[in-house]
Design a protein around this ligand. Structure first.
Ligand SMILES: Cc1cc2nc3c(=O)[nH]c(=O)nc-3n(C[C@H](O)[C@H](O)[C@H](O)COP(=O)(O)O)c2cc1C
Length: 349
């Protein structure tokens, strides 16, 4: 590992800061220089470099490297000098990153608490006999509703559970082939479909949920689905219908941007966005709701992975996204309802 990169690796986040300019100043975007040096790293050094970053960065930089235009030998030296100079000229920026790292270490330990089972005594709204919140977000006035098919058999090309589990993997290269409405309905049903309503307040669905609280809403961003206009929709599990929310220009570019530049998240047939309405869970479990909500997002997405395999489509769970812009995009307030997980879906080659 050359010294410069060893130094950069110690400053976890350096590459990101050089790209986005938020430590070294908005004008200081040294993308090209950085990519030139990255391109010159040995395979082993690259591995070490990527190990410092979250998984999607490897994919991001790999994509960026494809856009790197040819360069002369002399540019390598000059790129190295530029990067060295950024570090030398910006002791405050470097210090800021070091402090950030220390802060992160403290927060990482705090966040581990989320993984533990709660043992604190707390009285929930259910204990106080307060009625439960609705199982599904209410409809707006004059809703535009789309009926969804329920006979999925025709859409399923592989109903062998062994194959579906064996073939499951995260797929990130989608064709432009549209999904049929039946295929989409199957995916929605597999992830949130309702089997039974009990006492008008509890729903039993195709996925499990602590106390059958089912804290999620499913928004879908449609690019290519037969007979549906591109736009933003919400699944209504109790009715097995889609609610049309709005159309938006540049859906693909916007979704790519919200997913921190992960292009396949925008360029898919349909992207699932799951939000949580925490109170549905808190009503029963109060302080202990948060862990359950996150566990349950995994159940939902795993069903999507397997249901996709059954129709020759693919998906990829996405936790790397920008919270505020995506919440605004689907018109949720980020406090009583917030995005927790995404999953682009498409046919693959
Ligand atoms: C919670 C979670 C978040 C993930 N976030 C991303 C992501 O933002 N970008 C991405 O490309 N892959 C993401 N993945 C997919 C993982 O990278 C993938 O599951 C892992 O590399 C293993 O590959 P496999 O799913 O093909 O077995 C995520 C997976 C999970 C479970």
């Amino acid at each position: 590992m050359n010294d410069l990169f060893a130094e950069i690796i110690k400053l976890k986040g350096f590459a990101e800061k050089v790209f986005y300019g938020d430590v070294f100043g908005d004008d200081d975007i040294y993308e090209r220089e950085f990519l030139i040096l990255l391109n010159e790293l040995s395979e082993e050094d690259l591995k070490e470099f990527y190990a410092v970053y979250p998984a999607h960065y490897e994919q991001y930089f790999t994509e960026q490297l494809k856009t790197l235009k040819p360069y002369e030998q002399s540019e390598i030296i000059s790129a190295q000098n530029i990067i060295k100079k950024i570090l030398a000229d910006n002791p405050a920026g470097v210090e800021k990153m070091k402090i950030q790292r220390e802060k992160d270490q403290t927060r990482i330990r705090e966040y581990r608490e989320l993984l533990k089972a709660g043992s604190e005594y707390s009285i929930s709204d259910q204990d106080l006999k307060i009625p439960p919140p609705p199982m599904q977000k209410p409809l707006p006035p004059y809703p535009i509703l789309i009926e969804l098919p329920t006979d999925y058999k025709a859409a399923i090309s592989n109903s062998n559970i062994l194959d579906c589990i064996n073939n499951r993997k995260s797929r990130r290269k989608f064709t432009e082939e549209p999904l049929t409405l039946t295929e989409l309905a199957w995916l929605l049903w597999s992830t949130q479909g309702v089997h039974k309503i009990v006492r008008d307040t509890v729903s039993l669905r195709t996925v499990p949920s602590g106390g059958a609280r089912h804290p999620f809403e499913t928004y879908i961003i449609i690019n290519h689905v037969e007979s549906l206009e591109p736009g933003i929709y919400r699944y209504l599990p109790l009715d097995h219908k889609l609610l049309y929310i709005k159309s938006e220009p540049d859906l693909k570019d916007k979704m790519t941007k919200f997913a921190v530049g992960q292009k396949f998240v925008g360029h898919c047939a349909v992207c699932f966005i799951w939000t949580a309405i925490p109170y549905r869970m808190e009503w029963r479990y109060n302080l202990h709701a948060k862990k359950d909500i996150l566990i349950e997002a995994g159940h939902v997405c795993q069903n999507l992975y397997l249901a996709c395999e059954s129709i020759n489509a693919g998906t990829c769970g996405i936790a790397a996204y920008d919270q505020k812009p995506i919440d605004e995009f689907i018109e949720v307030d980020g406090e009583n309802e917030m995005t927790v997980y995404l999953a682009p879906v498409g046919k693959y080659l």
